[in-house]
Design a protein around this ligand. Structure first.
Ligand SMILES: O=C(CO)[C@H](O)COP(=O)(O)O
Length: 258
């Protein structure tokens, strides 16, 4: 059984003081909602992780970092290690976000090392996958997703794959006015599920969560979370307020905990 998820990445928003304010407000809102049975997560900026982890301590909300280096320590100026995320109370490590690929030179070859580092530190990798607008135009979306999965998860086993959350985020749908069309999302998630079967077998595919991100909102969220093979929602802008995120938690809970 795949435990449903709902999470938000704050990107470069909410310093430590704002993180504490957000956490206090979200805790109060979620105390009035169904949350048992959901994995709920927030991915603050690095400088806000200690504050956020403290602010959410004892609540249903877990924290995670938006990136890690593949090494445990060393001369890597400006980088953060998986053990450091663990030390500040994180459960998750987001990897390969499209903005890291587009603006900061990230590669899926490097992400493979980061998946290993996250798992070694007992963090759950949230592995972002997604095709470009050009892929979509050319009909090569599934080829690109296959390359990303096979490269980032090379060396994993049927037993370790379910410890990774796949986050399907079509690049062309991020930061837009609406999400990818539901039938398109359903096709890509079905393709990823079939790829997991092909590479690691039925049980691994059945146990591995695939969540959707890319302009999720209160308008489209219920339709997206109801699609087959969509095990959760991963929200940016619509969840940068506690009220917005609490509304998305409710949408996922209503769909998945009924
Ligand atoms: O990071 C994302 C979700 O946290 C993703 O980039 C979607 O962002 P959004 O389009 O602002 O929801």
């Amino acid at each position: 059984m795949r435990k449903p998820m709902v999470g938000t990445g704050w990107k470069m928003n909410h310093g430590p003081a704002a993180a504490l304010t957000y956490a206090a407000r979200l805790r109060a809102l979620l105390a009035e909602q169904k949350t048992a049975g959901l994995d709920i997560f927030v991915l603050p900026p690095f400088v806000s992780l200690s504050a956020a982890s403290a602010g959410f301590a004892g609540s249903p909300v877990q924290t995670g970092g938006q990136n890690i280096h593949w090494d445990e320590a060393g001369s890597w100026t400006g980088e953060i290690s998986a053990p450091m995320l663990k030390e500040v109370g994180c459960r998750y490590a987001e990897l390969a976000h499209s903005e890291r690929l587009q603006h900061f030179g990230e590669t899926y070859e490097r992400v493979r090392l980061k998946v290993d580092a996250a798992l070694a530190a007992d963090l759950t990798p949230i592995l972002c996958l997604g095709e470009s607008a050009e892929d979509k135009r050319l009909g090569t979306s599934d080829d690109t997703l296959r390359y990303q999965v096979m490269t980032a998860l090379a060396g994993q086993t049927p037993a370790t794959i379910p410890g990774v959350v796949l986050a399907y985020e079509p690049r062309w749908a991020i930061g837009q006015s609406d999400a990818a069309p539901p039938d398109y999302v359903a096709e890509r998630h079905a393709g990823l599920r079939a790829l997991l079967v092909d590479l690691w077998g039925e049980k691994t595919a059945e146990d591995t969560r695939i969540i959707y991100g890319g302009s999720v909102s209160q308008t489209n969220g219920a339709g997206l979370i109801s699609l087959p093979n969509v095990d959760g929602l991963f929200i940016g802008r619509s969840a940068w307020t506690p009220e917005g995120f609490a509304a998305m938690v409710r949408i996922v809970a209503d769909a998945k905990l009924a």
